[in-house]
Write a protein that binds this ligand. Structure first.
Ligand code: N01
Length: 838
């Protein structure tokens, strides 16, 4: 016998406390002992509200308790507690009821029916039925008017719930939508094989159960179907049933037999036997993890039976470039796909980031889709680096050209995605309550889409205009003549500051960490230059695919530390004047791995800042000194440093004069308060993991992604996660993602995922997920590579260090886009080595 560890220690605790066997006690003593056991357990969630009620029966009344969850309830559950019809009450079961209310999102009415031997069969049955009718009649009083009705109970309570379903059918009573039977007693003959199994005599022994039966009903009454529902002549036309048993329980055979009998009578049944569990485990939700899992399973099955859901092959979350391409590919493969998008249009990053100056910093001819020859030939970019409005138009053009929009639900945010292990499918719920079941879910949620809540005191007190670069108003903002503060100096701020400075009467930049940025040298794109690329786009794209960053520029193999100072100066100047993002870093092979090499390039850039910025103190403050160049995302700019030479622009170095608080009028630092008409927060994102963790994702066993990633994200190839079958993450953590031209990485991931889904269909596989060991090895590999670089030396969003409490680890794969592609291709070619498909 192998009992679950936690259950073993609960049992050991009872033995140490010398808890007497119930059949050696009087009923009154038994009730006290049972209450004592329950009182020793932690209480249920306090956020469930509780109301005690009196239910009239037989000229008197019985107690009941209504437990209501804070969220909108999805069902009304009348619950009959266990205890062999002899012991137990609503107080003993308060924690159980509260957990059920929370996990099942149900209004739970606990019923304290009268107990044997004082009140023998059929009094408890009659009490339970009267209570059921009373609850149904008083739905309005407990805010449960239109909710589906569930009868539920455990052990003897499971027996009563089963009997209620039959009686209500026979007497035309309340319409029951579901019966939930937790290790129910169903057979008063006491003869099932499991009654005699030595290893099942735990907590509830056959002697104790026989003692309960004797107190409850005499031998002929026990054969009545209202005492033994398994003996009912007719089990057809009963509500769907969820039946749960425990492996080491003397009642396991009769519970299973009842599930089988219901099914044979044409009733829809969900049945599960919980391995390594004993009788009573379900009623210890705060002490036994298995009870929590069982409740989640019950909630999932209630959902399945009670809540209608649409069916699709694949749900895609997000309609940015990755979601759109994923939809295009899967639809071409003949799959039925539903895309959900929180915004009112396609475009993702380019939909939300509309701040002044927002533009791509990879050349547009490279930062564009290659999957359609027609598309790449017909589309014309106006500038070397396209501005946000043009990128948004490009996204809209793709949606129209490939007729994608009728598969996308806009203004619809996905709230949760729960894997249903019994059906091998995901149940996806949106914030507006739409429910969709799908075999696969693709998280195309982007990597820099979860705008970070600025962690600065007093923010709410400010009465002026407030903006966040990542959530910019669609209608734009006019800063003309206004006093404006910008907090942050990352890529967004570097683009926005020069343009805001042109409009504002005064601009103050609050800088915590100085940034490295080099000239973008943006210009209108000449038609002949674009045509030259288009005439040979195939080769251009092939180069991108195997390049380290997904661009066409190559990194030198020479080392800066071997070069003469003249050679370094010459190459750095070449990089400075290249006007491309990797221009500087590609000049030598060792700039991102050797501190000494990096010191040279960092100093070169600092010299350019000193050359450009006239005010000595401002120039000094703009020098990045506490991290190597390239270890925080480098920027390219148009007139960033030059902007600080304007009379209306000033810089506050927060390292010297930190912000104390935002006030109602402006910003107060150690040097006093400055008033502003508008504050712009350019304070970044909860990058990489934020967009995934903001959705309530739960995999096998109800495990939350948030818990699985408590120490940082774990995945295989950054594309799939152990324990979360059939879920894919486009450009997810531990893939090249943000270290690459995103469009190249998006196409690579989407192609790979689409091929994998196709392979599963051809091979008849219902699920695929990485093995734990493959995931561990990938984590070790990615960490090892990252530790060979200078990246860990910076406090960057790459390391998760911009979000308080986020585990510190490098979040992308530094091995390069080309190498990574080969690894992924090999995995697929080997029949998905490292994955488990079933
Ligand atoms: O965000 P960021 P971003 N008090 O995190 C500061 C991509 N992108 O939106 O460094 C004061 O880089 C923070 O200071 P520190 C690109 O990949 C691309 O600018 O944490 N300051 C930092 O200066 C980029 O890397 C494009 O000390 C606070 C700034 O806010 C990524 O998106 C354009 C603060 C945040 O910078 C994110 O860029 C734009 C606080 N409490 C973005 N909290 C292009 O394609 C944060 N900061 C060109």
């Amino acid at each position: 016998m192998q009992l679950d560890l936690a259950t073993t220690s609960i049992l050991a605790g009872m033995m140490l406390n010398e808890t007497p066997a119930l059949n050696t006690l009087t009923p009154e003593e038994g009730r006290l002992v049972f209450s004592e056991i329950n009182r020793s357990m932690p209480p249920g969630p306090a956020r469930i509200s509780s109301l005690d009620i009196e239910i009239p029966v037989d000229g008197g009344s019985i107690r009941g308790r209504v437990l209501t969850p804070p969220s909108t309830a999805k069902s009304l559950m009348v619950y009959y507690h266990g205890g062999g019809w002899v012991i137990g009450n609503t107080d003993d079961y308060d924690a159980v009821g509260r957990h059920l209310a929370e996990v099942c999102e149900s209004i739970v009415v606990m019923v304290e029916y009268r107990k044997a031997p004082e009140h023998r069969f059929p009094i408890p049955v009659n009490d339970c039925y009267t209570a059921l009718q009373w609850v149904d009649d008083h739905r309005g009083d407990i805010n449960a008017l239109d909710l589906p009705l569930v009868v539920a109970g455990d052990s003897a309570g499971g027996n009563l719930a089963a009997v209620m379903a039959i009686q209500s059918r026979d007497e035309g009573g309340p319409k029951i939508d579901l019966q939930a039977l937790i290790y129910p007693v169903t057979d008063g003959r006491m003869g099932a094989k499991s009654w005699g199994d030595e290893d099942k005599q735990l907590f509830l022994t056959s002697d104790i159960m026989a003692f309960f039966w004797e107190h409850y009903a005499d031998s002929s009454q026990r054969l009545d179907h209202r005492a033994s529902p398994l003996l009912a002549d007719n089990l057809s036309n009963l509500p769907p049933a969820v039946v749960l048993t425990a492996q080491y329980d003397i009642l396991v055979d009769e519970g299973r037999a009842y599930a089988e009998a219901l099914e044979a009578a044409g009733v829809t049944v969900s049945y599960k036997d919980f391995a390594q569990q004993m009788h009573g485990f379900f009623a210890m939700p705060a002490a036994l993890p298995a009870a929590g899992i069982a409740m989640q399973w019950l909630a999932q099955e209630m959902d399945r039976h009670l809540m209608a859901a649409e069916r699709k092959d694949v749900v895609v979350v997000g309609a940015g470039f990755s979601g759109m391409y994923q939809l295009y590919k899967l639809r071409k493969q003949g799959l039925d796909v539903q895309v959900f998008e929180a915004g009112s249009d396609v475009g993702g990053t380019w939909y939300w980031n509309r701040y002044p100056g927002a533009r791509v910093d990879i050349e547009s001819m490279a930062y564009s889709f290659s999957f359609s020859e027609e598309l790449q030939q017909e589309w014309e970019w106006s500038e070397k680096y396209s501005p946000q409005p043009e990128l948004l138009k490009y996204a809209q053009h793709i949606a129209d050209r490939f007729q994608l929009k009728n598969h996308i639900s806009f203004n619809t945010r996905v709230a949760s995605a729960h894997f249903d292990e019994d059906a091998d499918e995901w149940l996806v719920t949106t914030e507006c309550g739409r429910r969709i079941r799908a075999q696969h879910i693709v998280m195309a949620t982007g990597v820099l889409s979860a705008s970070k809540e600025p962690d600065i005191a007093g923010r709410e007190s400010y009465v002026g205009e407030t903006y966040r670069t990542g959530l910019w108003p669609k209608e734009g903002v006019d800063f003309t003549g206004k006093r404006v503060a910008v907090i942050g100096t990352g890529s967004s701020a570097v683009q926005a500051i020069p343009l805001i400075a042109e409009e504002a009467s005064e601009l103050v930049v609050y800088q915590r960490t100085a940034t490295f940025t080099t000239p973008a040298l943006n210009h209108a794109l000449k038609k002949e230059d674009a045509d030259a690329i288009k005439s040979n786009y195939g080769e251009y794209r092939a180069t991108q695919k195997l390049n380290v960053l997904g661009v066409v520029n190559e990194r030198s193999v020479d080392r800066a530390i071997d070069a003469t100072s003249e050679e370094r100066e010459r190459r750095f100047t070449e990089g400075w004047e290249s006007g491309i993002l990797p221009g500087m870093l590609f000049q030598f092979a060792d700039l991102q791995v050797e501190q000494e090499a990096n010191d040279h390039i960092s100093e070169y850039i600092r010299d350019r800042i000193r050359d450009t910025v006239k005010d000595q103190q401002t120039a000094q403050d703009l020098l990045p000194t506490d991290y190597p160049y390239g270890t925080k995302r480098p920027c390219i700019d148009t007139n960033y440093y030059e902007t600080f030479n304007r009379d209306n622009v000033s810089l506050v170095n927060l390292r010297r004069t930190p912000i104390e608080t935002i006030t109602d009028k402006g910003i107060q630092t150690l040097e006093g308060e400055r008033e502003f008409d508008a504050i712009v927060y350019a304070t970044g994102f909860d990058a990489m993991t934020g967009p995934l963790l903001r959705v309530d994702i739960r995999g096998r066993g109800g495990v939350k992604l948030q818990d699985a990633w408590i120490d940082g994200p774990r995945s295989y190839l950054g594309i799939a996660i152990h324990g979360f079958p059939n879920l894919f993450t486009i450009t997810g953590p531990s893939s090249p993602s943000v270290l690459s031209n995103m469009l190249v990485s998006i196409e690579q991931h989407v192609d790979w995922v689409s091929d994998c889904i196709q392979w599963m269909r051809e091979e008849g596989k219902a699920t695929i997920e990485p093995s734990d060991s493959a995931e561990r090895e990938w984590a070790e590999h990615t960490e090892q590579l990252a530790n060979m670089t200078l990246y860990p030396k910076a406090n960057s969003w790459y390391m998760g260090s911009n979000v308080p409490g986020k585990p510190r680890m490098f979040l992308a794969y530094v091995g390069g886009v080309g190498t990574y592609r080969l690894i992924c291709d090999q995995v697929a070619a080997s029949g998905y080595h490292g994955f488990e498909a079933a």
